[in-house]
Design a protein around this ligand. Sequence first.
Ligand code: GLU
Length: 415
Amino acid sequence: MLSDTHFYFNQAADVLGLSDIVRKILLTPQRTMTVELAVENCEGELKYYTGYRVQHNDARGPMKGGLRFHPSMDEDHASALAGLMTWKTAVVDIPFGGAKGGIDCNPREMSDKDLAQVTRLFVAEMKDFIGPTIDIPAPDMNTNARVMGWIMDEYSKFKGFSPAVVTGKPLELFGSEGREEATGRGVMISLREALTEQGKSFSDITVAIQGFGNVGSNAARLIADHGAKIVAVADHTGGVSNEDGLDIAALTAWVIETGGVKDFAGGSGFSGDSIITWKADVLIPAALQDVITEENAHEVKAGLVIEAANAPTTPAADAILLERGVIIIPDILANAGGVTVSYFEWTQNIQQFRWELDRINDELNKVMVKAYRGVSDVAAEFQVDLRTAAFILAIRRVGKAGLARTHLDPATFIG
Ligand code: GLU
């Protein structure tokens, strides 16, 4: 995974003509941490987990990024995703760097008490390396507002009441209005901007979505509310399709009740694997990494791919799609709505002031539209695809900020 994100970085660095030393500085994480989490669970068994936090770059502000609780979590994943956070926060121009981390556990197999215990131990180990001006964790795969509440509570035991140490918290613990749906809303805004560029509107399109968790379900709802037809949705339980458009409110209720889209009565079932190659105008991968590969990229029917997940497209697949004329809105732009509202949450915590939902959504819209147009302008300037353009924009911002902190002249190193 790390080699893939490095590949995309280097593609942009080639356009900018960056030297090897500047590439090395920008690619290497500033700090990589692993911690041992040995605990006795509720059944009296001894369990061993490893916690990770990779702090990639803080040239533009405190490091920022989610915590993922998944058995596949390791240093390679944390490093790749931490780097993406640096480029993502730079693309949307919010005052943060990038980090990512997590624990190699499976929350589905753990009691809440065990999960809370492991989370608290992780925070106790990391407490001197995170903080409101150092590194601010947030939700990611298999972590949610509840887990963020535990993090705030544990950190505050050591450092005093500190809501700004973590974002994505429950509203009662100074979380932000609109944070939960923010990534999905950002996906909808990216899609809207892409359609506008093509002279199309939501009512002209059909959409297939992989993943119906927080990001996929909120994106589906907001996109359907704007008049698009969501013709197929797949998750880990299977897939469901309806040529006339799925009823997203009913599907959401079904998923809350049963745990997955499988057997939803409002459409026909399918195995889920074929979602990537579904016949739809737009494909939104909103689940795992590496799902669009050289094996299926030739069969993708959509003309537009919106990367709601992090790193869903391998470099080989990316090249195939671009060759076929498919437009890809890259993850570091398309899914940046989440970290943008995390920034608003952190701002509110520091100001000790609450913003209303309308303000959050309005500011999010402004940030996403500006970022989209910024990337689109760079793509036109350099005659490159949107991913390369997003990396160029981000590398310039991060590189110049890092150099501006020194006596060196940024113009000598960054084009
Ligand atoms: N985990 C999310 C992401 O990948 C959000 C990070 C944050 O809010 O800091 O962008």
